[in-house]
Design a protein around this ligand. Structure first.
Ligand code: NG1
Length: 490
C-alpha cells in the first residue's frame, strides 16, 4: 500500500482506493473530539477503544432527486460528522451501542448471532436501526464468512438530524466501515459506499447512493461529481476560487423514513420511466425503472429526452385508472408490482412534472461541472453568474415540479434573493437546509448576518430557546469541502 498523499486513503491500483488506517495525531482537527469520545468509551465500558471512525455528512451543491434515477450529482463532504470509538467485546457475539447524547438516544445491546431486522415503525426508526443496517450490510456481503465478533461502540454525532445533510447515511456508513474493519475486510471506498447505499434501504427509503458515495469519496478542497452509471465513479471538481458556500438550516425537520413523500417521488419516477419505455415499444418496459436506463436504451440525449416527456406525458395528473387502462393491468397489480410498501395509498401520480424535473436537473449538473472546469482554466464573471442561475433554477424546479420545498425553506430563499445570493434547498427537502453560494468570505459573513437577523432572530420562542445563547452558529455556517471517511488508531 502506498499513501496517496491527500490524507483520504491509500491507492491499490486503478479504481481501488482504501480507507487508510491513520495514527491519531494531537494536531488533527478531530483530536479533542475523539479524546472526549474515548473518555466516554472508557466510562461506559472500562476499557480503551481499538480504533475510531469518522464519517462526514454532506451538502449537495446541485443534482437533487436524480441519484435514484441513475443520474449524477455534485455534493461535498461537510465538517459535521459521526464519530465512533470501537473496541472488541469480551462477551462473545454481543454488540453494545452507546450514544454520548444519553438523553436522546437509548442504549442498545444485541446478539450478533441472531440479527433480525424489523421494518421501521410509524414515526421513524429508532436511531440504532441505522447502525444495524450497516452491520447487516456487511453480514450480507460476507455471507458465510461473516463472523459475529462482539463489538462495543460509542457514538457521537453532530450532523443536524433530518435536515438534508445526510445524518442517516453518515451513521449507516460509519457502521459499515467499523464492522468491515472488525471483520478484517479490505476497505475499498467505492465498495463500502455501494454496500452502505444498498443496506440503508432496509430503513425503508428507496434512495439513491449520493450520500454514501460522498461520505467515502469526499476529499478536502473539492466537491465531487458522482456518477452512478454504468458504475460508481467520483471525479473531484474544484469549486470557483473565492466562492464561499453557506448552509442554513430552516429547522423544519423532515424524517424521510417516517413519511412516504420520498418514496412517492421514487415511485412516480419509476412509473414515468415505464410509461415512456412502453411508448417507445421496448419489450422489457416493465423492467426499466431508471430514466438513465431508458435514455441509454433509446440512445437519447438530454434534449431529446425532455421532448419525449413533453410529447408523451401530456397530463398534469395521472389517476390509477389512467395507468391501469394504458397498461392493461388491475389496480391490485398496480399495487403489488409497481408501488412500494408505504406508497400503497397513492391515488394520483404527477409523472410529467417529476420526469421533467429529473431530466432538466441532470442537465444542470452537467452544465455546473463544465462551468467549474472552465473557471479553473480561465475565469469569467459571466460563467460564475451562470452557476448561480443553475442553483436558482434547481430550487424553482424542486418547488414547482417536485413539490419538495417547505414554507420555512421558502422564507430562507426569499431572504437570500433579497441579499442577491443564489440559493437552493439541499438534500431531500420538505424542510431541512438550503445551500447558498456567496461571492467571497466577506459576502458570506454579511449574508449569514442577514439570515440571523431576518430569519433566526424571528423564530418562535420555543425554537429560540433551543439555540441559546442565540448565536445560531450551529444552524447557519459557511463550509469548505472536507475529507470522506477516516479510520484512526491511537
Ligand atoms: P437526504 O437529504 O440526506 O435525506 C436524500 C437521499 C439521497 C438523495 C436526496 C435528494 C437518503 C439516505 N438520501 O438525501 O440519496 O436522493 O435525498 O437528492 O435517502
Amino acid at each position: 500500500m502506498t499513501a496517496n498523499g491527500n490524507g483520504a486513503g491509500d491507492m491499490l491500483g486503478p479504481g481501488i482506493e482504501l480507507v487508510a488506517q491513520q495514527k491519531l495525531q494531537p494536531e488533527a482537527k478531530i483530536y479533542s473530539r475523539l479524546q472526549k469520545l474515548g473518555a466516554f468509551y472508557r466510562e461506559q465500558f472500562g476499557a480503551e477503544p481499538d480504533f475510531f471512525v469518522r464519517v462526514p455528512g454532506r451538502v449537495n451543491i446541485i443534482g437533487e432527486h436524480v441519484d435514484y434515477c441513475g443520474y449524477s450529482v455534485l455534493p461535498m463532504a461537510v465538517t459535521q460528522s459521526i464519530v465512533l470509538a470501537v473496541g472488541s467485546n469480551p462477551t462473545k457475539h454481543q454488540l453494545q451501542l452507546r450514544n454520548v447524547d444519553q438523553d436522546h438516544f437509548q442504549n442498545f445491546d444485541c446478539d450478533l448471532k441472531n440479527l433480525s431486522f424489523e421494518l421501521p415503525l410509524p414515526g421513524g426508526p429508532a436511531w440504532y436501526k441505522y447502525f444495524m443496517c450497516g452491520v447487516r450490510g456487511i453480514e450480507e456481503k460476507l455471507g458465510k464468512k461473516f463472523s459475529p465478533i462482539g463489538m462495543r461502540i460509542a457514538v457521537d454525532g453532530n450532523v443536524p438530524l433530518a435536515a438534508g445533510l445526510s445524518s442517516s447515511s453518515a451513521m449507516v456508513s460509519s457502521s459499515v466501515l467499523a464492522t468491515a474493519h472488525v471483520q478484517g475486510m479490505q476497505l475499498d471506498r467505492k465498495e463500502l459506499a455501494s454496500i452502505s447505499a444498498k443496506c440503508e434501504q432496509y430503513i425503508g427509503t428507496h434512495s439513491g447512493g449520493m450520500d454514501q458515495a460522498i461520505a467515502y469519496l469526499g476529499r478536502e478542497g473539492c466537491a465531487h461529481h458522482i456518477e452512478f452509471h454504468p458504475k460508481l465513479n467520483g471525479t473531484p471538481v474544484t469549486l470557483p476560487s473565492g466562492k464561499c458556500f453557506v448552509v442554513a438550516n430552516s429547522l423544519a425537520q423532515k424524517n424521510k423514513a417516517a413519511s412516504s413523500d420520498y418514496n412517492e417521488r421514487v415511485v412516480e419516477c419509476r412509473l414515468a420511466t415505464r410509461w415512456l419505455a412502453r411508448n417507445k415499444n421496448l419489450s422489457n418496459w416493465q423492467d426499466i425503472i431508471r430514466f438513465i436506463d431508458l435514455e441509454e436504451a433509446c440512445g437519447m440525449d438530454n434534449e431529446t429526452f425532455e421532448n419525449l416527456i413533453k410529447d408523451k406525458l401530456t397530463k398534469w395528473v395521472y389517476t390509477r385508472a389512467d395507468i391501469c387502462q394504458e397498461w392493461g393491468i388491475t389496480e391490485q397489480e398496480l399495487e403489488t408490482k409497481f408501488l412500494t410498501a408505504n406508497t400503497q395509498h397513492m391515488q394520483e401520480f404527477k409523472l410529467r412534472q417529476r420526469a421533467l424535473h429529473v431530466i432538466q436537473e441532470s442537465g444542470r449538473v452537467a452544465k455546473f461541472r463544465k462551468i467549474c472546469e472552465q473557471l479553473a482554466q480561465r475565469g469569467s464573471v459571466q460563467d460564475v453568474k451562470q452557476l448561480g442561475q443553475l442553483m436558482r433554477q434547481s430550487h424553482e424546479s424542486l418547488r414547482e415540479l417536485y413539490e419538495c420545498s417547505h414554507p420555512d425553506v421558502e422564507r430562507l430563499i426569499a431572504i437570500s434573493e433579497k441579499q442577491n445570493v443564489s440559493a437552493r434547498v439541499t438534500g431531500a427537502g420538505w424542510g431541512g437546509c438550503i445551500v447558498a453560494m456567496c461571492d467571497s468570505q466577506e459576502a458570506a459573513a454579511a449574508y449569514i448576518k442577514a439570515l440571523k437577523r431576518d430569519y433566526y432572530a424571528q423564530l418562535p420562542p420555543h425554537l429560540l430557546e433551543r439555540h441559546q445563547p442565540n448565536d445560531f452558529n450551529e444552524v447557519v455556517f459557511d463550509t469548505l469541502p472536507g475529507n470522506g471517511a477516516e479510520l484512526f488508531v491511537q
